[in-house]
Ligand binder design. Structure first.
Ligand code: FES
Length: 178
């Protein structure tokens, strides 16, 4: 019998995990971002359809390679972002997402931060070839720094993996000689 204690997910998280809204790849999005969590190594992609005249998000979709909490958080994030202006969507915080989900277990906060960080990265990407509005700070926000680009994630994870391999090899060596 497994001794694993299941995480206390509430019914809304479980429902969105089982039947996520807006899951899938969007064809020809107006903005997109792929981001990974430094906390766990999971990744998500966010796609936005944007009305350029009103700067309103008319559609939002996601793909997640994360956990149940991330799938639920990403799903609710796309629901919350739809019909908001880019400026309004920028203000969505992981706390808003957690509240909307009826709270996430504390150890799963980073899964919501990943969803928000990826949304912000997608919004920032939209302005890559356009004039950046004043409400987007020049440098990355904390959420964006926790939801890093794929290359950076791979770099950090491979460094971690090498460190672990080194520690294991050292232990093996000590066991042999000790
Ligand atoms: S544990 Fe990685 S996104 Fe939740």
């Amino acid at each position: 019998m497994s001794s694993r204690i299941p995480l206390a997910y509430n019914p809304k998280v479980l429902e969105l995990f089982r039947n996520p809204k807006n899951l899938g790849k969007m064809e020809n999005p107006d903005a997109e971002a792929v981001a990974g969590s430094l906390a766990c190594g999971d990744m998500i992609a966010v796609y936005l359809r944007i009305d350029g005249k009103t700067q309103t998000i008319t559609g939002a979709m996601f793909e997640s390679y994360g956990c149940a909490a991330n799938i639920a958080a990403s799903s609710i994030m796309t629901v919350m972002a739809k019909d908001k202006t880019l400026k309004e969507a920028w203000k969505i915080s992981w706390k808003n997402i957690s509240d909307e989900l009826g709270t996430l277990p504390t150890i799963k906060a980073h899964c919501g931060i990943l969803a928000v960080g990826a949304l912000r990265r997608a919004i920032r990407n939209y302005f890559k070839d356009r004039e950046r509005p004043a409400w987007i700070p020049e440098g990355p926000t904390a959420d964006e720094r926790h939801a890093v680009e794929e290359e950076r994630l791979l770099e950090v994870l491979s460094k971690r993996a090498k460190r672990i391999e080194g520690e294991l090899a050292k232990e093996e060596e000590e066991e042999k000689t000790g």
